[in-house]
Write a protein that binds this ligand. Structure first.
Ligand SMILES: Nc1ncnc2c1ncn2[C@@H]1O[C@H](COP(=O)(O)OP(=O)(O)OP(=O)(O)O)[C@@H](O)[C@H]1O
Ligand SMILES: [Mg+2]
Length: 143
């Protein structure tokens, strides 16, 4: 488990870029935490690190955005409006997870039960002032 405190949006983007070095084909990253706590900014950095040149933003009206990195395909989900695992089954979420792409999931804790056991959990918290964020990264592995 690793905790990072960032003091600006740029530092959060840079943390994401650094974290992207851990990502391989099939990696799932579950991001959770308060509104405006930096999940999308962090993902921007991750995508940049993976060689994505397209615009990265939360898939608000669709459930998933797809980007092409230099070697990997990236799926960016936002579960904010998802209320049940059944809704995710409908969009074929499991196929994304098993398909070898990289899955980056905002508000992942809304539907915990559908997440793979092997994943990274990243928790975002607002810090002591407007521009501080506390980011905790944990690698989960099935026993
Ligand atoms: N240290 C920081 N790291 C990241 N963002 C910061 C930081 N300080 C201030 N900000 C601001 O906080 C906001 C973070 O927005 P972002 O969309 O990344 O959050 P989010 O967690 O994805 O929100 P949502 O829950 O709405 O999806 C931005 O407006 C950004 O400028
Ligand atoms: Mg977001």
């Amino acid at each position: 488990m690793k905790t990072i405190i960032t003091k600006s949006e740029i530092e959060t983007i840079n943390s994401g870029r650094e974290f992207s070095l851990n990502i391989r084909s099939g990696t799932t990253v579950a991001l959770s935490g308060d509104l405006g706590s930096g999940k999308t900014r962090f993902i921007k950095g991750v995508c940049d690190g993976l060689g994505v040149r397209e615009h990265v933003s939360s898939p608000t009206f669709t459930i998933v955005n797809e980007y092409r990195g230099s070697t990997l395909k990236i799926f960016h989900f936002d579960f904010y409006r998802i209320n049940s695992a059944a809704e995710l089954k409908e969009i074929g979420f499991e196929e994304y997870i098993e398909g070898g792409g990289v899955c980056l999931i905002e508000w992942a804790d809304r539907v915990q039960e559908i997440l793979p056991d092997k994943r990274y959990d990243i928790i975002f918290k607002l810090g002591n002032n407007e521009s501080e964020r506390i980011i905790t990264i944990e690698e989960l592995k099935p026993v």
